[in-house]
Design a protein around this ligand. Structure first.
Ligand SMILES: Nc1ncnc2c1ncn2[C@@H]1O[C@H](COP(=O)(O)OP(=O)(O)OP(=O)(O)O)[C@@H](O)[C@H]1O
Ligand SMILES: [Mg+2]
Length: 254
């Protein structure tokens, strides 16, 4: 295990490259494809889309870390790799503790189950025993402030309500690393503030936070270090202040 400055790195990207297949029509048809296999395969290979390009950096234990960058830069792909739901095409992603991801809205929720039922389901999916989730459920419900909606199927929820439920479950599952993908933007102002306070409390307790956001203000408010991702490469890593300034300048805002 690598120790730098006495603080252990908890997440490491080592020369990580990620491709997605660029889905396209096989022009000559399947017969042409089979009879011209070598050139057809190289054609397919050339149609891969590179999302992350030889990315190397590390996040230290307990460090609230921000990731910012334009739509399509590869931020959610990075979180998917940390969560282990995606694999790098080459390179290594090393994660040393238990990750609780808040990746996509409603991911892991069953639309026909009620909020209450989904709390148990989601908790179990995140590795907490059912009996333990039963003990925590009232606290989750109270935190979500969803009122009577908690007994409605989640397909009837607004995106903000789904976020409330997802966040409330996540913070009740003892995360060692909390991955947050833009959820602050979806909740109303009141819940955003509550989420931020909760994230800060977790951070003070030593939980490692990885926050993907489009808000330089939230990044400065929550994070101690940040990465600006641009077309799959780390354009800059530094203090949230430095990163905000460089990113806003690049966007032409300052
Ligand atoms: N499953 C997939 N298959 C093919 N391409 C994908 C897939 N997921 C993402 N991509 C592509 O990878 C690129 C990066 O996507 P990603 O979702 O990581 O971006 P992002 O930085 O999170 O953007 P946003 O700010 O819009 O959320 C985009 O061009 C997207 O089209
Ligand atoms: Mg994204």
């Amino acid at each position: 295990m690598e120790i730098r400055g006495n603080i252990m790195s908890i997440i490491e990207f080592r020369n990580v490259t990620k491709y997605y297949p660029n889905y396209h029509h096989i022009k000559g048809g399947i017969k042409w494809f089979l009879f011209n296999l070598p050139s057809a395969l190289s054609q397919l290979k050339n149609h891969r889309f590179q999302v992350l390009n030889n990315l190397s950096f590390e996040i230290k234990e307990g460090e609230p870390f921000g990731i910012i960058g334009k739509n399509g830069a590869g931020k959610s792909t990075m979180l998917g790799l940390i969560a282990g739901v995606l694999k790098p095409s080459s390179g290594e992603v090393i994660v040393k503790k238990k990750v609780v991801p808040l990746l996509e809205l409603g991911a892991g929720f069953h639309p026909d189950l009620t909020g209450r039922e989904n709390i148990i389901l989601n908790g179990v999916l995140l590795g907490i025993r059912r009996s333990e989730m039963m003990l925590r459920i009232n606290s989750v419900i109270e935190f979500s402030e969803l009122g009577q909606f908690i007994d409605q199927p989640v397909r009837t929820y607004s995106s903000g309500m789904l976020t409330r439920l997802g966040f409330s479950v996540a913070v009740h599952t003892d995360p060692e690393i909390l991955l947050i993908d833009e959820i602050l933007a979806v909740g109303d102002l009141y819940f955003q503030q509550k989420c931020k306070e909760t994230i800060k409390k977790f951070s003070q307790k030593g939980t490692t936070i990885v926050l993907v956001t489009h808000s330089t203000e939230d990044m400065r408010d929550v994070c101690k270090r940040a990465l600006w991702l641009d077309s799959g490469t780390a354009k800059k890593i530094g203090s949230p202040e430095e990163i905000s300034q460089a990113y806003l300048k690049y966007l032409g805002f300052s």
